[in-house]
Design a protein around this ligand. Structure first.
Ligand SMILES: [Fe+2]
Ligand SMILES: [Fe+2]
Length: 574
């Protein structure tokens, strides 16, 4: 290069706002501009003639940046990458773009252009963390709502959680077989969220309908009361000579039979026509009332309730119950679902529609039922049939449930292909350990400590846990629960989930406490020096130290935005 050319070349480099470093293939810096020196925090004079390796030793903690340059020089490679660069008082994100300097047809140096991307990168990071925060907020909202539904109805306690577990495993199975993307988006978050929210409308269903345990529900008390008054009035008439003993005795017998018929019909799964006819007959029996008048044994609404042929709900109550899907749609329409989550309300609120148009509430047909809703419907029915926490019916074995589900698919109500592949996936099959697992979610409040310990004790007692082991587990659980209730969500509030399980051979119990509060690993603290006196010792840390002492193992894991602390105790080692 001529001298004049060199000057123009240097002037051009100097006037660039981006940093420029020219590195010869001897690995030495032949020139650079002020911007580069300012960016890297080095003096202009000190850089020229130095090798990259020397600079790397001088400017510590920036190996990634210098190794990038070294590689580009050695391999004579064009690269473009943003790397972190630490200076004395700040951390920068520098985009390094290299190109080969060709002179007279020969490449003999490498030009590295450095542009400061700190502002843009920080903005991206801020946006990403904002997006993560919004997602976490949304998930915690979902969890609160689901807990509210579960707390409202004991019948529904694990329904949604089971469905999420089955669906998650099924989607993973589809993905591992390369079939997921033919069906739905690779991001299965929105689908899982629609499962979490599908029964949220049940929040607005009156509990006496949602959990109606028998045909008459609370009315059985009124009916029994009416009969009891009538009996007293009849005896009274007999004693006062207003009626003959023979007539009163036959009336009392009629009442006993009528009461027997009502009580036995109240909880039967199915009433045949003969029984319904008998109930209609006795409804008109005139009962004596305390004010000297009479009333029918069953008023029209009671007769309507007790003569329900199948289940416990009258037509009116059933339609109120079924309106939970409309309410799910209404509640979710008030929330702003954006991007990939836009369809969550639609998928969730159509879960009782069937492909042949016989579902509710809108009798939508196959062409308007997306794959995601079809899956949700199948998983919903599967769990309703196989759930083991419904007090009114025993769980159905999965194979039998699939017979019913396959029959519904044959009748054109459910998606046959999904039913078949869901069955093949085995995602519905609980492992023996899972079958032994129980889970409870509650608000993380100290006032819930008793409930939490009762849940753990009930489980342990079922498996004849030795008394001393149970006490140690209770002490450790109390420490962990109170810590979560006191510190995890300050100043907000949130929930805690307790999962308890036994190993298949019943030799070890695992209890995991999960919360979505402030990330905190209690095991990261050093154990307190217990040889010191109380005043010398630092506050705190003793509780977790004792937990570690009582248990055989204590583990902490932060996953999916949750703190998970697991207590492990061998049952043969009190
Ligand atoms: Fe539902
Ligand atoms: Fe459901």
């Amino acid at each position: 290069m001529e001298n004049s050319e060199k000057r123009i070349y240097q002037d051009t480099i100097d006037n660039l706002s981006d940093g420029v470093i020219v590195i010869g293939y001897d690995n030495k810096i032949s020139t650079c501009n002020d911007s580069a020196c300012a960016m890297l925090g080095i003096g202009f004079g000190t850089a020229i003639g130095k090798s990259i390796a020397e600079l790397m030793l001088e400017i510590e903690e920036n190996n990634e940046f210098f190794e990038l340059l070294l590689n580009a020089v050695y391999e004579k490679r064009k690269i473009s990458k943003t790397v972190v660069f630490h200076t004395k008082d700040s951390t920068k994100y520098i985009k390094v773009t290299t190109t080969l300097l060709i002179e007279d047809g020969v490449d003999n140096a490498l030009i590295a252009v450095l542009s400061d991307q700190t502002e843009t990168t920080n903005l991206i990071i801020r946006n990403q963390s904002l997006a993560t925060q919004i997602k976490a907020l949304m998930n915690s909202f979902v969890e609160v709502m689901v807990t509210a539904v579960e707390e409202k109805s004991s019948y529904n306690a694990n329904h949604t959680r089971n469905m999420v577990r089955y669906a998650t495993r099924y989607l993973e199975w589809l993905s591992s077989h390369g079939e997921l993307l033919d069906k739905t988006s690779g991001n299965t978050g929105p689908l899982i969220m629609s499962i979490w929210l599908h029964d949220i409308g049940k929040l607005l269903i009156p509990p006496e309908i949602m959990d109606k345990p028998s045909r008459l529900g609370r009315s059985i008390v009124t009916v029994k009361h009416k009969i009891e008054i009538a009996r007293l009035m009849l005896r009274n008439r007999m004693l006062s000579g207003e009626d003959t003993e023979e007539h009163v005795r036959s009336e009392l017998k009629r009442l006993d039979e009528a009461e027997e018929l009502i009580v036995s019909s109240d909880t039967l799964p199915f009433l045949d026509e003969e029984r319904i006819a008998k109930l209609n007959e006795i409804a008109g029996i005139n009962l004596l009332t305390s004010d000297g008048g009479t009333c029918p044994l069953l008023d029209p609404s009671e007769l309507n309730e007790i003569t329900v042929a199948r289940g416990t709900l009258t037509d009116e109550e059933r339609s109120i119950m079924q309106s939970h899907v409309v309410l799910t749609g209404k509640l979710l329409s008030k929330m702003e679902f954006v991007g990939e989550y836009k369809k969550v309300p639609e998928w969730a609120s159509k879960h009782h529609e069937l492909l042949d148009g016989s579902g509710y509430p809108d009798r939508i047909r196959a062409e308007d039922l997306p794959w995601e809703t079809r899956l949700l419907t199948i998983v919903d029915i599967f769990d309703a049939l196989t759930a083991d926490d419904r007090p009114y019916k025993p769980p159905m074995p999965p194979e039998e449930a699939f017979r019913i589900i396959k029959d519904l698919a044959d009748k054109g109500k459910l998606d046959k292909e999904i039913v078949d592949s869901f069955y093949r996936s085995n995602a519905w099959n609980r492992s023996p350990e899972e079958a032994l697992m129980k889970e409870l979610t509650m608000k993380a409040l100290k006032s819930n400590l008793e409930n939490a310990l009762a849940f753990i004790d009930d489980y342990l007692n079922e498996f004849d846990c030795p008394e001393k082991t149970r006490m140690l587990i209770d002490l450790a659980s109390e420490e962990i629960f109170v810590n979560i209730a006191t510190y995890a969500y300050v100043p907000r509030s949130g929930t805690v989930t307790i999962k308890i399980s036994l190993t298949e051979d019943h030799s070890q119990v695992n209890i995991t406490f999960s919360d979505s509060g402030i990330p905190y690993d209690p095991l990261a603290r050093e154990d307190p020096d217990i040889t010191l006196s109380g005043e010398e010792r630092q506050i705190g840390g003793l509780g977790i130290f004792l937990v570690k002492k009582y248990m055989d193992d204590v583990r902490y894991r932060f996953a999916d935005g949750k703190n998970n602390l697991t207590l492990v105790k061998n049952l043969d080692n009190p």
